[in-house]
Design a protein around this ligand. Structure first.
Ligand code: ADP
Ligand code: MG
Length: 233
């Protein structure tokens, strides 16, 4: 895993409202946040408080209703979808609770997919896929399809896929929510290791305080706001 350029992220007065009129939901209701490059941040809070909405905005999957979102001092909140897609592909790695591997592709094909999207040459893709499979401890499962893997193995493939284009920002949305304790630990070890080795910024959403403890900075959300922001001494 090579070093990456992690973006400094700034959110100011961010609101995200779903729907209009009486059914409108204020998923984010005034979020101000700055993340320094290379920070490892946990986000906790009850279901429905806006954690996934925040992650989607940070990773340019979604756009704010109000407020500004900057990467390295440049506004990115309202870029056209095409430009956001380009930046997501090369700049952001997403890891989800339910893995979202493509079921018809093998582990190595899943990992290779974002690199195809980024048009990396075949030899580079092959070398990097091999390296990533080894890094997540699955060198011998390259040809396995997702249904042939355990949940923990699927999530390790998903982490390798998230790292494929060497993103500066890793966003994990309850990545250990469906895993047992041993697999939770190994997935967290991989995230910590990726952060240390590449210098990427990691934002980790979790319900589990033991998982959050692996981060260096801890955000707590409630009702669409950040209500606590603490750093390890
Ligand atoms: N696409 C959507 N359309 C309408 N409401 C949504 C949508 N996505 C999320 N919400 C609502 O926004 C609020 C925040 O959701 P979410 O960010 O998913 O919370 P969390 O991840 O903390 O559980 C919730 O009330 C949820 O029901
Ligand atoms: Mg969520």
């Amino acid at each position: 895993m090579r070093e990456v350029r992690a973006p400094a992220l700034a959110l100011r007065g961010i609101r995200r409202v779903y729907g209009v009129g009486p059914v409108a939901v204020r998923a984010l209701d005034g979020v101000d946040l700055e993340l320094a490059p290379g920070e490892f941040v946990s986000v906790e809070g009850p279901s429905g408080c806006g954690k996934t909405t925040l992650l989607n905005l940070l990773g340019l999957l979604d756009q704010p209703t109000d407020g500004s979102l900057e990467w390295n001092g440049r506004p990115v909140g309202r870029l056209p979808e095409r430009e956001r897609a380009r930046r997501r592909l090369t700049g952001v790695g997403f890891i989800f609770q339910r893995f979202y591997l493509l079921p018809t592709l093998t582990a190595e094909e899943n990992i290779e997919l974002p690199m195809r999207g980024a048009r990396l040459p075949a030899p580079v893709r092959a070398a990097r896929t091999k390296e990533l499979l080894a890094a997540v401890g699955l060198a011998d499962r390259a040809r396995s399809k997702p249904h042939q893997l355990s949940g923990g193995e699927e999530q390790r493939v998903a982490i390798a896929r998230a790292l494929a284009n060497e993103p500066g920002l890793l966003l994990a949305d309850e990545p250990t929510g469906e895993l047992d304790r041993a697999n939770t630990e190994s997935v967290l070890d991989l995230l910590v290791d990726a952060q240390r080795r590449t210098g990427a910024t990691v934002v980790l959403v979790t319900h589990n305080p033991a998982v959050a403890r692996r981060a260096h900075r801890h955000l707590t959300m409630a009702d669409g706001r950040i209500v606590a922001d603490t750093r390890e001494a």
